[in-house]
Design a protein around this ligand. Structure first.
Ligand SMILES: [Fe+2]
Ligand SMILES: [Fe+2]
Length: 262
């Protein structure tokens, strides 16, 4: 049995439907992405949103997002990014966060895989952190039935992606998480957002990916640059034999051009 996961990241939505991030109208590009998912990937099993959902962190923005997701909400799993507010996110998607833990994590067992979402949000900071109780929780999850292949989602990439200005804004004190991944051979994939671009690397034996934003795309140079590639998202297919992943992007005629205009 295989399962399919659609990952959407870095939506940066605003209460103002005309809000723009670096010139990109984030609701327009997000809706164009949703439309493409609806027409091409509607049989997905789970939709994972990996943070930076609301640029203004407002409850109203999360409620508008919920409305856009419509009947998909029950297939959604969500983790926060730096541009999020845990309390407002939790209020808007109350059934996804039944416990009032300080960390908004999730765990799914599906298709013979374990899929875990980590919460790297630090209120008021751009950098992230996964440590302490959350790291112990992850360690305990990985120890229970350690033979299950595992996919970890986390907003901030645990390792640098060789883009200096973004690597400065990564995961603080990541050594504990990296060591746990490196010593847990069942962790096959670690997938992040935050960097608004596609990247593929490794953490020990695990593949590490990052995923384009549904709005503005950053360039891969050391200093802050923008990329004219279209908004996108990532698909995972997981089964008994392993996994397949690919990035999908809007085409020019799908609207909501993701080109920064200042
Ligand atoms: Fe972002
Ligand atoms: Fe971010």
């Amino acid at each position: 049995m295989s399962i399919r996961i659609v990952q959407l990241s870095d939506l940066h939505l605003y209460q103002d439907r005309g809000g723009r991030l670096y010139g990109v109208p984030t609701w327009a590009t997000f809706h164009a992405v949703l439309e493409q998912v609806r027409s091409q990937q509607d049989d997905f099993d789970y939709l994972v949103l990996t943070g930076d959902l609301a640029q203004d962190e407002a409850l109203e923005t999360y409620l508008m997002l919920r409305e856009s997701l419509g009947g998909w909400v029950e297939r959604c799993r969500i983790i926060p990014g730096n541009h999020d507010n845990r309390s407002n996110l939790q209020k808007a998607f109350f059934e996804l966060f039944p416990e009032s833990d300080s960390a908004l994590t999730f765990e799914l067992l599906a298709g013979g895989w374990r899929i875990v979402g980590l919460d790297s949000h630090i209120p008021g900071e751009v950098n992230g952190r996964v440590d302490g109780d959350q790291l112990e929780w992850l360690r305990a999850r990985l120890r229970s039935e350690p033979g299950i292949p595992t996919l970890l989602f986390v907003h901030h990439p645990p390792l640098p992606i060789n883009v200096a200005w973004l690597d400065e804004l990564g995961l603080n004190e990541a050594a504990g998480l990296i060591a746990l991944i490196e010593t847990s051979p069942q962790v096959k994939i670690v997938c992040a957002g935050h960097v608004h671009q596609e990247y593929a690397g490794h953490i020990g034996a695990a593949a590490m990916y990052t995923t384009p934003s549904t709005c503005v795309q950053f360039g891969a140079r050391a200093e802050k640059t923008f990329d004219t590639r279209m908004a996108g998202y990532r698909i995972f297919t997981l089964d008994d034999n392993g996994f397949h992943t690919e990035v999908c992007r809007l085409s020019e005629n799908e609207g909501g051009a993701a080109v920064a205009g200042g």
